[in-house]
Design a binder for this molecule. Structure first.
Ligand code: FES
Length: 210
């Protein structure tokens, strides 16, 4: 996948099937006020300014170190691994508590269908509950979802999570996809491990013996 693909939707794939379009319309009706173009998306996404693509990582898929010692509760930092954005969020106790209430609204709450290592196949989808490490590529057509953690910030019933403005898909604070949106799957979780308490290595994990 090149850089282009995840920052813009693949509009040549625009005609999926009717069922998806219908779901999309339903969700868009609820979310109209936040739909914007690419400009609006970037304006609402200041994290990109500090996103430092690594030539080495792009070229070889080398593991990427993520220092999270300064990441305060509620904040997100973005790293790049294999040309893809990896979101790391320091979740608050409230964000974690909220996950359990959402199962009925999610397409795959136990992550049976989605792509994640075994240690992330749990309700918080991570090694340590407070730290979410997730690939920031919408499972619909590859846009970059926006972190919208505040309750009610997308629609009046929005519980907090990730919102993809391209076609209105929503994910919770564990990257689990909501029902009735175009995206079919939860956001993927890349392999990773903690090399120190506040230092994550993205791209390898204990299972790989690295
Ligand atoms: S790319 Fe279509 S909703 Fe995200």
């Amino acid at each position: 996948m090149d850089d282009h693909t995840h920052s813009h939707c693949s509009h040549d794939e625009k005609s999926k099937d009717n069922a998806i379009d219908q779901n999309r319309r339903k969700f868009l009706t609820r979310a109209t006020s936040v739909i914007g173009g690419v400009g609006a998306m970037y304006a609402a996404f200041p994290f990109l300014a500090s996103w430092q693509p690594s030539t080495r990582a792009l070229a070889g898929g080398a593991p990427v170190e993520a220092d999270i010692s300064k990441l305060r509760p509620g904040e997100q930092v973005i790293y790049e691994w294999r040309g893809r954005p990896v979101f790391i969020v320091h979740r608050t106790p409230e964000m974690l508590a909220g996950l359990e209430k959402l199962n009925d609204q999610l397409r795959d709450p136990a992550s049976y269908e989605s792509d994640q290592p075994a240690y992330a196949k749990n309700i918080h989808r991570s090694l340590k509950p407070e730290y979410l490490v997730i690939t920031g590529i919408c499972t619909h057509l590859g846009c970059t979802p926006l972190l919208k953690p505040e309750v009610g910030s997308v629609t009046s019933t929005w519980p907090g999570g990730y919102f993809c403005p391209c076609h209105g898909s929503g994910y919770d604070m564990a990257g689990r996809v909501f029902k009735d949106v175009p995206a079919p799957l939860n956001l993927p979780v890349p392999p990773y491990k903690f090399v120190k308490d506040k230092l994550i290595l993205i791209g390898v994990d204990e299972q790989q013996g690295a």
